[in-house]
Design a protein around this ligand. Structure first.
Ligand SMILES: [Zn+2]
Length: 400
């Protein structure tokens, strides 16, 4: 949901390393600020082209550093049995995408701490390389780049250890609170609130920097602050969604009386009586209580309008793809995961060719909203502000 058209660069130990196009902007920004600011200041009297080369090499080094940091998270998570979707590099760094939340505080702690430890390790190695380079008389560009990488990896480790969820430090704190209080939900709420506060602090810091004339740096902190705030809210909601749907079977949330069409209906009637009336993009085709196919808006558009009254649904319907069907006994959490990002707005609930119901993301979120309304936290606080659910739900209709 965070990323648009990212693409896979390569795989490392079976983990996909993906690049979001926004990362290119970060690379350019890093190269540029290093070439015109950092390196000329730390190593005067080098040629301009050398500064640019150093900047480009350092940006590649940063790229590698972030991959190592995220790989450390991913490898530890996978060893603890957590499925990792892959690592994505984007404008604010990198993120190891987990398919679920860690199963225990201990696993969360190990996974979270692994990244900063890796960054400290890389910082130490780079520092030693710069030191050794100086001793054997390697050129200033060489030692300069490694000294920068030692510095930036230290900054990466320190920044990530701020106890603001979803930063690594916030995860470490969450693991501690979780172990102490026994509630993942509460631990997440507390640390996500700190995350939100930290986001605001960064936004303010950014604005102060802009006012002081440091425009690029200020905008940068401002944007990172916005991102941390957004990520904190999203992560908390993700936990709520997970906890809320855990152990709930699809059949409990589905609409048990789906609108189905007959294969003998003409396209003209389909459009008039069903498409315009219900605005769905997919209709199950049922004959004698059996699901015989699916008809989509796209299939209708393939047929020219003057043939709509003579063409029957049976002529254009297609087999329902595995993505558009689900078993009534399967888990609602798994279904939601499958629908993210939504490929099909509505999924048919089927058992042995029989259509038992239909379910949409809308149904899942409506259930969650009602549930969180009824079941406030022990301390009387609502689980989430209702506008939070609205935001999660908004835009879903477009894919129905
Ligand atoms: Zn990390």
């Amino acid at each position: 949901m965070l990323f648009g058209s990212r693409f896979t660069l390569f795989r490392l130990y079976g983990i996909a390393i993906r690049l979001d196009p926004s990362w290119v902007l970060l690379a350019i920004l890093i190269t540029w600020t290093l070439a015109v600011g950092f390196f000329p200041a730390s190593h005067p009297e080098l040629a301009t082209v050398t500064y640019w080369l150093m900047g480009a090499v350092a940006a590649i080094g940063l790229f590698g550093s972030i991959i190592l940091h995220e790989m450390a998270h991913a490898v530890v998570a996978r060893r603890d049995g957590l499925e990792i979707d892959g690592i994505t590099l984007f404008i604010f760094g990198g993120v190891a995408e987990m398919k679920a939340e860690p199963a225990s505080p201990k696993k969360e702690f190990r996974m979270a701490i692994a990244g900063p430890i890796a960054s400290v390790g890389v910082a130490v190695v780079c520092y030693l390389v710069a030191l050794a380079g100086g001793l054997i008389g390697a050129g200033a560009p060489f030692t300069g780049v490694f000294a920068y990488l030692a510095l930036i990896n230290t900054i990466l480790a320190v920044f990530n250890m701020v106890p603001a969820f979803p930063l690594d430090g916030g995860r470490v704190l969450r693991a501690a609170l979780w172990a102490w209080k026994g509630s993942l939900r509460r631990a997440t709420r507390i640390t996500a609130n700190i995350g939100g506060g930290f986001g605001i602090a960064l936004i303010v810091l950014g604005l102060l920097n802009v006012l002081a004339g440091n425009f690029i740096g200020g905008i940068w902190w401002f944007l990172i602050g916005l991102f941390v705030r957004f990520a904190a809210q999203m992560s908390y909601q993700q936990v709520l969604v997970h906890k809320g749907l855990e152990g709930v079977p699809v059949k409990q949330l589905m609409n048990p009386r789906p609108i189905a069409v007959s294969p003998d209906t003409t396209l003209a009637d389909l459009v008039e009586d069903y498409v315009y009336r219900y605005h769905f993009k997919l209709f199950p085709v049922v004959r004698d209580d059996k699901l015989v196919g699916c008809v989509r808006l796209g299939d209708i558009k393939q047929v020219s309008r003057d043939r709509w009254s003579t063409t029957k649904i049976a002529d254009i319907m297609q087999e329902c793809s595995p993505e558009s069907t689900v078993s009534p006994d399967s888990n609602a959490v798994d279904l939601l995961q499958r629908m993210q990002p939504p490929k099909e707005g509505r999924v048919l609930v089927t058992r042995d060719d029989r259509l038992e119901g239909i379910i949409s993301r809308q149904d899942l979120f409506a259930y969650l909203a009602v549930k969180s309304d009824l079941e406030a936290e022990e301390d009387g606080r609502p689980l989430a502000p209702s506008r939070g659910w609205d935001r999660l739900r908004s835009g879903e209709d477009a894919t129905r």
